[in-house]
Design a protein around this ligand. Structure first.
Ligand code: SF4
Length: 342
């Protein structure tokens, strides 16, 4: 599937989430894309898609908090493309308290197949301190309404918000997993300049997660989600020129390859478990699923260095085996082979 993204402005969002750079976004926003712009963008992506299915996705705002007429202005021009099969599906992102049964059936009637909910936390105090303006019950009812309308639900979480702790993040995750979303996105909280959170940070009343703590916590979250067979389709914000411009991220666990740090840490745990059962100083080879060598080796080969220091192990080779199950690491040595899953 190839995604045609539309970043709609946060027009009329009545909320004040402490982490949201609403003023800057609003200032840069302009209006909603016109029908001709929507069609031109889809046509442009269709040329590059080379036979892959196309999905139009409205990100960046609270789609269902827009006036219904504006939502229709965005969705209507795409209906002929859906009918012809030029577009496979539509996706929107929104807040949990902006979805009810009527909204869900409206979206369904316009062919919206997936709704991404910005949930961020299921903890009452974290939601309050973050100025979210909704509670966990509204998440549960939004998910129920969307599922009732046969719309796929994705959920976004933000560990590290004010009042959060690893235990609270994991508890939020398990409450979200109990709702059986189709996928998750996990974005550790960053302090963006110009936000209320940046003022809290500068006043010393908010302390972001360190990069290492965020990696450890997200690793536990990834394992828990995998155990429930719920894919985590993104961890950490996408590195963009805007985000990486000087003075934008004031503090917090930003890393352009955040997910790889998490996956590498997971591999390190698996390698450690396997090597604990072998004599120190063994000569071993590791085997990983296709495309996972760089996760196992780690950035700057850090995982191999740590393994050598801790176990005096000589890693003579790392190879890929496409038949291995995802998130499996195998070790081979003179005396045999064994595997570790999550
Ligand atoms: S709901 Fe919160 S995060 Fe979303 S646009 Fe409004 S203030 Fe920003």
């Amino acid at each position: 599937m190839s995604v045609v993204p539309f970043f709609i402005p946060h027009l009329g969002c009545p909320h004040r989430c402490v982490f949201c750079d609403q003023e800057k976004v609003a200032g840069a926003s302009g209006g909603l894309p016109a029908p001709a712009e929507l069609l031109a963008r889809v046509a442009q992506y269709a040329e590059k898609a080379r036979g892959r299915d196309l999905e139009a996705a409205f990100y960046g705002g609270t789609f269902t908090a827009l006036p219904r007429a504006d939502q229709e202005r965005l969705l209507s021009p795409l209906q002929p493309l859906l009918a012809q099969g030029a577009l496979k599906s539509l996706r929107v992102s929104t807040r949990p308290d902006s979805v009810d049964a009527d909204t869900a059936s409206f979206l369904k009637s316009f062919g919206v197949a997936t709704v991404e909910l910005g949930v961020q936390s299921m903890d009452a105090e974290v939601l309050r301190l973050s100025g979210r303006g909704h509670d966990a019950a509204s998440v549960e009812s939004a998910v129920a309404a969307l599922k009732e309308a046969d719309i796929e639900v994705g959920i976004q979480l933000m560990p590290g918000l004010p009042g959060d702790s690893p235990a609270r993040s994991l508890n939020s995750l398990s409450r979200v997993l109990a709702l059986s979303p189709s996928f998750l996105r996990i974005y550790p909280t960053l302090v963006i300049s110009g936000t209320e959170l940046s003022r809290m940070y500068e006043a010393g009343s908010y302390h972001p997660l360190s990069l290492q703590d965020a990696v450890s916590l997200c690793k536990e979250m990834l394992v828990a989600a995998n155990r429930e067979s719920i894919p985590v389709i993104r961890m950490g914000l996408q590195p963009t020129a805007e985000l990486e411009a000087p003075g934008v991220v004031l503090a917090g666990p930003y890393h352009p390859a955040f997910r790889q740090l998490v996956e590498s840490e997971l591999c390190f745990d698996q390698m450690s478990r396997l090597l604990s059962a072998l004599p120190r100083g063994s000569r071993v080879s590791f085997v990983v699923p296709k495309g996972k060598t760089s996760d196992l080796v780690g950035q700057k080969r850090e995982n191999l260095s740590r393994i050598r220091r801790l176990f005096q192990t000589d890693v003579v080779a790392v190879r890929e085996d496409p038949s291995l199950a995802p998130h499996t690491v195998s070790v081979e040595w003179d005396g045999g082979a064994m595997s570790a899953g999550l």
